[in-house]
Design a protein around this ligand. Structure first.
Ligand code: SF4
Ligand code: SF4
Length: 184
């Protein structure tokens, strides 16, 4: 898992001007594996995996409108949408979530960084969990604006966290991420 400064150096973090303009995708995928559901999912062709299937994805932040469609399509759970324009004091982070029970809209949750360390509290704004998402919910939470590039996971406070028994097709990367969530 890369630290934030490395993600910036690799061009994976949108500019401050783009962040201020509204929701935008952040694809934290750096492994050269044969994979491209993210590119196939984007209706605006905002993500490309070229010229080879093993190239890492490239994002055109100006094509992306932050629709979140691609978030549940990544087997590596590596795609997020951040929105710095959500309100005066808060932004939102939209993330994949494969655990049960699901977060509940309106409830507070613990915000976690990339290493699983708690960094604050946020409110669940939206949970999208349709059949087409293949057991990967897409959860949007409020975060302090200064933590937009830090928060990448959540813990549902006061609830037992279990691995989704229906999740049978996680990639190794996805399994590792699920383990991090359960171990936290
Ligand atoms: S958030 Fe929507 S527009 Fe942006 S890259 Fe993903 S699918 Fe494309
Ligand atoms: S792991 Fe996710 S972000 Fe990386 S190429 Fe595959 S679908 Fe795209």
């Amino acid at each position: 898992m890369l630290p934030e400064n490395e993600l910036v150096a690799r061009g994976l973090v949108p500019s401050r001007a783009r962040l201020d303009a509204g929701p935008v995708v952040v694809v934290e995928c750096i492994e050269e594996i044969p994979c491209n559901p993210c590119a196939a999912a984007c209706p605006r062709k905002g993500i490309t995996v070229e010229p080879s299937l093993t190239n890492t994805p490239k994002v055109d932040f100006d094509k992306c409108n932050g629709c979140t469609v691609c978030v549940s399509r990544c087997p590596g759970l590596a795609i997020f949408v951040v929105n710095r324009a959500y309100s005066k004091n808060e932004g939102t982070v939209t993330m994949p979530y494969e655990l049960l029970p699901r977060p509940v809209e309106g409830r507070m949750v613990t915000l976690l960084d990339r290493t699983g360390k708690p960094v604050g509290k946020g409110r669940v704004v939206k949970v999208r969990d349709t059949k087409a998402q293949d057991r990967c919910a897409v959860v949007t939470v409020t975060v302090p604006k200064r933590l937009l590039n830090t928060v990448r996971n959540i813990r549902v406070s006061g609830r037992k966290v279990e691995t989704n028994p229906l999740t049978l097709n996680l990639s190794q990367k996805g399994r590792e991420k699920t383990k991090e969530r359960v171990d936290d």
